[in-house]
Design a protein around this ligand. Structure first.
Ligand SMILES: Nc1ncnc2c1ncn2[C@@H]1O[C@H](COP(=O)(O)OP(=O)(O)OP(=O)(O)O)[C@@H](O)[C@H]1O
Ligand SMILES: [Mg+2]
Length: 210
């Protein structure tokens, strides 16, 4: 099985890494893919979401899941690659060892980016960790408010720099958080909502690119 490892990374705290990892993983499952999830952030937010998911929806909703405790990156990821179409890794903010290792193991680094200069600066530092010869990357605009001219300007700027930006953008939508609170991803909780459509579109783009 040729599987793809996607690390969701962005050194800016609160950019949406954990949310994107959970929604993307479930959207890939909704699209018929087998997915493993890895949480290498000591905050363990993704792990908390996954525990809630299993509590609420039973073992059949469980992912092939690995937490950061005792994480042995290469060996564990190799194993997960063998059994799944995709391995999605949630990483901590800042260039901690775990984040660097995850980026090194990845075939694609997905970088959520909000409309702030701080996010853009941190994005550049994140991309410095990526070996661009070996690893693909994709930026995704997150928490975009409706009719945001800034989003169009940022997209144009990134394009000018030849940085790949996902066509799909994720709006600033409560549904992204509320579905996670039910242990679900948005494509499971509300597939036809705006948020659900945005995430399905992002997953589709990633399946095509990866
Ligand atoms: N598209 C969105 N719409 C609305 N809220 C969002 C969206 N994306 C993320 N959030 C909210 O932003 C906050 C930060 O998101 P999240 O925890 O996923 O970021 P993170 O990058 O993983 O943070 P950290 O760097 O601390 O790990 C959360 O409260 C989350 O619900
Ligand atoms: Mg996080």
């Amino acid at each position: 099985m040729t599987s793809k490892v996607i690390a969701v990374a962005q050194q800016k705290g609160g950019a949406g890494k954990t949310s994107v990892a959970a929604h993307l993983a479930t959207a890939l499952v909704s699209a018929g893919k087998s997915v493993a999830l890895v949480d290498v952030d000591p905050q363990e937010s993704l792990t908390a979401w996954h525990s809630l998911r299993v509590d609420q929806h039973g073992d059949e909703a469980a992912f092939d899941f690995s937490t950061c405790e005792g994480w042995k990156a290469p060996a564990q990821i190799a194993q997960m690659r063998r059994n799944n179409d995709f391995v999605v890794i949630d990483t901590p903010p800042h260039a901690e060892t775990a984040a660097r290792q995850a980026v090194r193991e990845a075939d694609m680094v997905l970088v959520p980016l909000q409309l702030s200069p701080m996010d853009v600066w941190a994005m550049r530092e994140t991309l410095d960790l990526v070996d661009r010869e070996k690893t693909g990357f994709l930026l995704v605009l997150n928490r975009v408010p409706p009719r945001a001219k800034t989003a169009d300007e940022l997209r144009a700027q990134l394009k000018k720099e030849k940085l790949p930006v996902a066509k799909a953008t994720l709006g600033n939508r409560v549904a992204f958080a509320s579905s996670l609170m039910q242990g679900l991803g948005i494509t499971e909780a509300a597939r036809t909502s705006r948020a659900g459509q945005e995430m399905a579109a992002l997953a589709k783009e990633i399946m095509k690119k990866a």
